[in-house]
Design a protein around this ligand. Sequence first.
Ligand SMILES: [Zn+2]
Length: 295
Amino acid sequence: MLSWNVGSAVVTSIVESETPTSPRFLYEGLTKQVVLDRAVESTWLRPHFVDDDGFLLQKIQCLVIEVDGLVIAVDTCVGNDKPRENEHWNHLDGPFLAELAEAGYPAESVTHVVCTHLHVDHVGWNTRMVDGAWVPTFPNARYLFVDAEYRHWEDEQSLFPTDDVFGDSVAPIAAAGLADHIEPDHRLSPSVGLASTPGHTPGHVSVVIESDGQRAIITGDMTHHPLQLADPSVSSKFDTDPDQARATREAVFPDWADGQTLVIGTHFGTPTAGFLLPDGDGYRLDWDAAADLRR
Ligand SMILES: [Zn+2]
């Protein structure tokens, strides 16, 4: 289990699934050969993030932040029992909640849930099925939804049209009175705040942790895969506004790339996090330099 110290904060990764992904699932026109060519230029991408066949090595994970007396679950994966068009996500029956508890965070201990955005792989464990109904998984938590993001998906169909993501994973939270509508620059505590990183979706946010002089960022999907660090101009085909997504990366990376900010990629394969550094026309992730932060 991956875990990092960020000052007095502890960030722990609870992985729901880890699979090689075809680059064309995420990126229009990006073949495996193009990915392999990119990895010749940016050698750091292999073997951790790109395999020998040009597949992208990715995971779906929840990142739990413990600091300032709070337990904050950032992004809640796909979830169990959800009917989903994607066969890899349909009616899952995984041990996510048991693993969360094993890590020291039983569902009752979570004080806040933050969804960087409301896509299917970021809201699933918001709810679970009990006696035929979707109920909040984290009964003692406030669930924070960026208002613009909530309003967008309230009216918009899901990425995969037959999935009722909003209906089974967001609406029940509001019905239970556990939803808080927030602005994208919301602050949760002295050490944890959000940063607006729109483009992947209209109200997309990243999470910023600052404690005792150390800083970390949880990206969300404004960068799906480290190859977008190497080439920030590459936008995902799931971006609602690819140009805005590109502009967001180009705006924030120079700030993040100070060589001492731990950038934690929400879908990045292991080692998942490292210091961001300028590299040619883009950036690279240096996880060895950040090894002291690993727990
Ligand atoms: Zn995602």
